[in-house]
Ligand binder design. Structure first.
Ligand SMILES: [Zn+2]
Length: 213
């Protein structure tokens, strides 16, 4: 496990697993601390919880999409807000048991069903903190991205492929929908791009993916 600080208030925790790397990300805002994706259970969340214990601010948990490796630690945050796209909540509610059954060997610590309790359609803004949540379908139909306007760091979830050799992710929507998402990300003017599994990337990645499509 390694923790890397990006910009003034963004931190990425990376776990090197057997088959792939897993990035968990948190942002220390003025009003809230934001935890983006909750990994494989309480074991994935432990280093982040330890860090956040030093801060009195409430936590806002964000699920970038419904896939199991992004949601299994949702229960670690008590009564915190858990935010996702509306479709993400619906799909987790339907598929939780099945995803856990099929992938139980990947659980770290405990995984308990905790659904998002705040959902949105197109965008959700936390103006006090300069944090935008944006609907960015592509990898899955329910994908959202998190943009820190102040550090200009974007978390694009799994809309970036898992490795440098595989920048284009699995795409569940029409390719045109995903291409539109890449163009929208390109227009934000980001300085750095965090994703679910890849290394930290620069703003050129969106154009590279568009070229590869
Ligand atoms: Zn995924």
């Amino acid at each position: 496990m390694k923790m890397e600080r990006i910009g003034r208030r963004n931190y990425v925790v990376t776990f090197a697993l057997d088959a792939w790397d897993l990035n968990l990300h948190f942002i220390t805002g003025e009003r809230y601390n934001y935890v983006i994706d909750t990994g494989l259970g309480s074991g994935s969340m432990a280093p982040i919880l330890a860090w956040l214990q030093k801060s009195p601010k409430p936590v806002v948990v964000v699920n970038t999409h419904f896939h199991w490796d992004h949601i299994w630690g949702n229960h670690c945050f008590g009564s915190a807000l858990i935010v996702s796209h509306r479709l993400c909540r619906e799909i987790i509610a339907e598929k939780w048991d099945d995803m856990l059954l099929k992938n139980r060997r990947y659980v770290r610590g405990t995984a308990e069903k905790a659904l998002p309790n705040l959902v949105f359609e197109q965008a959700l803004h936390f103006p006090d903190d300069g944090i935008q949540l944006l609907y960015t379908p592509g990898h899955t139909v329910d994908c959202i991205s998190v943009y820190d306007e102040r550090d200009k760091v974007l978390n694009a979830g799994d809309n970036i492929g898992d490795t440098l050799d595989e920048l284009v992710p699995n795409i569940e929507t029409d390719k045109a929908v995903f291409a539109q998402t890449m163009r929208a990300c390109q227009q934000l003017g980001v300085a750095a791009c965090v994703s679910g599994h890849n290394v930290l990337l620069g703003p050129a990645v969106f154009g590279q993916i568009l070229d590869l499509l």
